[in-house]
Design a protein around this ligand. Structure first.
Ligand code: PAF
Length: 292
């Protein structure tokens, strides 16, 4: 696996590889890699001749300096993991000025309101930061296909809109969430949990599964109330939000009865101490999924 330590190294590498007319798959990450990332690379490997990943902890998408400071950084371990997976041909590890040559500032984007729901409400500026870095990466790397995890489903929806808006010829693929044995969605942030928190964090997925079981049997408001009740009794976890939304708009729904023609998904954000965990589950999907 080739390590590309700056933008010039990336450009030279791409120049060589593009002469060979290879299809290029790209999976950007913020490092602290886990099996969830490996599943992105696995799909990328299957669909492309060449696979590039990146590790860059993007400061502009963090809305609390403490969160940025505490974000796990495990570069040596990540490189070992990537090498032994054999799915990735090159790893781009840019410096801040390779991505932000004019200073650490996000661009402003609008995505038909997708950016204002859930994570957008609770993490102001987050999606401007994500979109700025993803746009820059996609422009620098120029992949045919790019891969993102469905754990960050709202991010995935926004990136699909982003590439349509800026007319980038790249297919965006969502990769299903990988879970620990107890159901906890794999995430780099899980590394910050104590063993005890990691074990009891199964409550997050259990809550989503219960909501799925109850979907269509009781009203949305009744599901919200049941979820709130669970977390009112749970001292180790603080519920930030639980929301059932229409998948296309990400707007919260308060149906008495769900519409069978609409895809619904439930989202949750929970604090375990100062570690923020998110997860989601499809409740009903009448539509066939296609990459954009
Ligand atoms: O999902 C992530 O890890 C990040 O938000 C991304 C897409 C790499 C942008 O920094």
């Amino acid at each position: 696996m080739q390590i590309l330590e700056d933008r010039n190294a990336l450009s030279s590498y791409l120049l060589e590889q593009k002469k060979l007319h290879k299809t290029l798959g790209f999976a950007p990450t913020m490092g602290a890699l886990h099996e969830g990332h490996i599943s992105l690379y696995k799909l990328a490997r299957k669909q492309n001749d060449l696979v590039i990943s990146s590790i860059f902890v993007n400061p502009t998408q963090f809305n609390h300096p403490e969160d940025l400071k505490k974000y796990p950084r495990t570069l040596d371990k990540d490189i070992k993991m990537l090498k032994s997976s054999n799915f990735v041909d090159a790893l781009y590890i840019p410096k801040i000025h390779d991505i932000y040559p004019e200073g650490l500032k996000s661009k402003k984007y609008h995505f038909d309101g997708l950016e204002n729901e859930m994570e957008g409400k609770h993490r102001p500026g987050h999606f401007n930061g994500v979109s700025t870095v993803v746009e820059e990466f996609l422009r620098q790397v120029g992949p045919d296909n790019a891969y993102f995890g469905e754990k960050d489903f709202q991010q995935l929806a926004i990136i699909k809109k982003l590439v349509k808006q800026i007319l980038l010829p790249v297919k965006i693929w969502g990769v299903p969430i990988l879970r620990e044995k107890n159901g906890l969605a794999m995430s780099s942030r899980n590394q910050r949990l104590t063993n005890r928190q990691r074990h009891s964090a199964k409550i997050i997925y259990e809550t989503l599964e219960k909501a799925k079981k109850e979907f269509g049997k009781i009203t949305a408001d009744e599901i919200y109330e049941k979820v709130s009740a669970v977390f009112r009794q749970e001292k180790n976890f603080a519920l930030e939000y639980f929301s059932i939304v229409e998948e296309n708009t990400l707007k919260e729904t308060r149906f008495a009865e769900p519409d069978p023609n609409i895809a619904y998904r439930a989202f949750i954000a929970v604090y375990a101490g100062d570690v923020r965990l998110i997860d989601n589950i499809a409740l009903h999907s009448p539509l066939k999924k296609e990459p954009c």
